[in-house]
Design a protein around this ligand. Structure first.
Ligand SMILES: Nc1ncnc2c1ncn2[C@@H]1O[C@H](COP(=O)(O)OP(=O)(O)OP(=O)(O)O)[C@@H](O)[C@H]1O
Ligand SMILES: [Mg+2]
Length: 258
């Protein structure tokens, strides 16, 4: 999936400018950024729920699954039934195949021990996994999730992301996750950092492997990245403009999309 957003405006407010990135198949991408830097706006451009000046190419709209922070599930259904019905309605499987595929996604999303439980009895993290399994069984290949691990405890959020990474790698999915849980950064294949420029416009300042990100921003600890680029929530302060330029120079040298 290739993204070329020249500009995204909300009326006269410039929300995003010059976002040119590729989301590769078989890889997980984490999007981090200060509040108001345009993370959710970028996702809206990807899923096509807002207009913008630019193009998103190399993908099929019907292959996208969007997972919201609070999934709409039928809470009286069991986890297994929810996944089963989603698979049945997809019409992708024969009757014999379907039970096996349901089992596969129950297992790969770590829902084995709770599959007979009604969804209302599941934890937030387990409900998220049901929601993801429902999309995967429908054959969706691009999984886009906005803050799905917000409010989950550290272990649960790590577990959720690890499972998504495994399935992304083994089934060649394209997974894009917005998260504030920077502690899991090393689990992802790629990281995109969005910040607010001094004019409060959302700009990209990093797109690449997590290994090089501390070096790029000159920090010892991942948690210091965002406070360094946008020292206050309002933007305008911090070193955002410096890193926007640094990234843009770096990208020019590497010629285009990275
Ligand atoms: N529907 C809208 N109409 C007008 N302005 C909007 C709209 N949605 C977002 N914005 C503005 O666009 C900018 C980016 O918002 P966005 O929600 O994409 O940020 P975000 O990075 O997801 O922030 P957060 O981490 O707080 O969720 C903000 O300044 C926001 O106020
Ligand atoms: Mg948001």
């Amino acid at each position: 999936m290739r993204v070329d957003i020249r500009e995204k405006r909300y009326k006269d407010k410039l929300a995003l400018k010059d976002v040119h990135v590729v989301f590769p198949e078989g890889k997980t991408t984490l999007i981090i950024g200060t509040s108001g830097a345009g993370k959710s706006t970028l996702i809206k451009c990807l899923i096509g729920t807002t207009s913008y000046d630019g193009e998103v190419t190399d993908y099929q709209r019907e292959h996208i699954a969007y997972i919201p922070q609070h999934p709409a599930l039928n809470v009286r259904e069991t986890a297994q039934d929810a996944i089963y019905w989603s698979g049945l309605f997809s019409r992708l499987y024969s009757k014999d195949e379907l039970n096996k595929v349901v089992e596969h996604y129950v297992e790969s999303m770590g829902l084995q021990s709770v599959k007979e439980h009604e969804i209302r009895r599941l934890s937030g993290g387990q409900q998220q996994r049901v929601s993801i399994a429902k999309e995967l069984i429908r054959g969706k290949s691009i999984i886009i999730a906005d803050e799905i691990d917000t409010g989950l405890d550290c272990g649960v959020s790590r577990d959720l992301i690890s499972k998504l990474c495994n399935i992304t790698h083994t089934e060649n999915k394209t997974t894009i996750i917005i998260s504030h849980n920077i502690v899991n950064i090393e689990l992802y294949d790629r990281v995109i950092v969005l910040v607010k420029s001094s004019t409060k416009c959302g700009r990209i300042t990093y797109s690449g492997a997590p290994e090089y990100i501390r070096d790029f921003f000159g920090v010892d600890d991942y948690v210091d990245i965002l406070s360094k680029v946008n020292a206050t929530d309002e933007g305008g302060l911090g070193e955002a403009d410096y890193f926007i330029r640094k990234f843009s120079d770096y990208r020019e040298k590497r010629a285009g999309h990275i």
